[in-house]
Design a protein around this ligand. Structure first.
Ligand code: GLN
Length: 305
């Protein structure tokens, strides 16, 4: 497996040149577009790695899975999905258009930015400080690493260039879809997006979801089975935004991407996978990361969709 992963990274590295790093968050623009890495965690509880598997990057939209899991566990599925839909969208992840056109003004799913903002607003904590402390605690458990922290330069960079997310949040509040202090809420959102990980932590998270919520090492239940299944279903249908359909056809595994270049994938009962490649396609998904997943899925016969 180790050998296969190193070979896949070498084969797919050239694909990175067709993408570009995210530039709308200046800190992300500093990434090297040729980086590519992968980690796999199997049922034998062994990690296999290839390429830049240990290079740290920020979770960005992958963090939406953490706060969604937290919201479903704490508030229940019914409560959460009264306020956010569960359908895919053909629009970009930060689109504002449908929010005004569709009534009720409810984000279509929790994995687009508008949906993630509503999810965070549902969490019953006093302020950003308390909210991010709870999200971090959950992230550490679900990622299998107690040392996970927020990468401050990325957090500040995103906060200083956040016109679009600000617009989404204020619009949502103006139509009553979101309540509370918008600035405080945005602060939690930027911090959660800036949590720093490597592909190893993503492989761990993928395996927790693949095992229906069980910690692959301790055997402890971290999430209810139903919560893990909801997350996997949303990953399969909405995890790569408007690129979710093509990804399902090419790769066939539930996954979630982020503009930091990460993708987490969960092969039910079998495997957790984390990939990292900061060169993105026009939809904000890692070009090299998708190529690695496509080859790994084909060679390992991992397709479940
Ligand atoms: N922090 C990013 C944003 O809000 C997350 C988007 C993403 O990863 N697709 O724009």
């Amino acid at each position: 497996m180790q050998e296969l992963l190193c070979r896949l990274v070498a084969e797919c590295r050239d694909a990175c040149s067709s993408g570009g790093v995210a530039s709308y968050i200046p800190e992300l623009a500093k990434a090297d577009p040729r980086m590519l890495g992968v980690s796999v965690l199997t049922t034998e509880r062994t990690f296999f790695q290839g390429g830049d598997a240990s290079f740290p990057f920020t979770m960005q939209s992958i963090s939406k899975l953490i706060s969604l899991a937290l919201a479903i566990e704490e508030l229940g599925e019914d409560h959460v999905f009264e306020r956010v839909g569960m359908d895919p969208t053909a629009d970009p992840f930060n689109s504002i258009m449908r929010l005004e056109m569709v009534r009720p003004h409810r984000p279509q799913n929790p994995l687009i930015n508008a949906g993630a903002l509503v999810i965070l607003s549902l969490l019953p904590y006093r302020d950003s400080k308390t909210r991010i402390a709870v999200v971090l605690a959950w992230a550490r458990r679900l990622l299998g690493n107690n040392a996970i922290t927020v990468h401050e330069p990325t957090y500040i960079s995103e906060k200083n260039t956040s016109d679009r997310n600000r617009s989404l949040a204020f619009f949502l509040r103006s139509v009553g879809s979101l309540k509370g202090d918008v600035e405080d809420l945005l602060d939690t959102y930027f911090r959660q997006c800036s949590m720093s990980v490597t592909t190893k932590e993503l492989a761990f998270l993928g395996m927790v979801l693949a095992l229906d919520g069980i910690d692959p090492f301790s055997g402890e239940r971290l999430l209810r089975r139903a919560t893990a299944r909801v997350l996997r279903a949303l990953m399969a249908t909405c995890g790569l935004y408007d690129g979710s359909g093509e990804f399902a056809v090419r790769v066939g595994i539930p996954a979630k991407s982020g503009v930091g270049g990460g993708i987490v994938a969960a092969v039910p009962g079998r495997m957790g996978i984390g990939v990292f490649g900061p060169a993105l396609d026009g939809k904000g998904n890692s070009v090299g990361g998708m190529a690695v997943l496509e080859h790994l899925s084909a060679r390992g016969n991992l397709r479940v969709l």
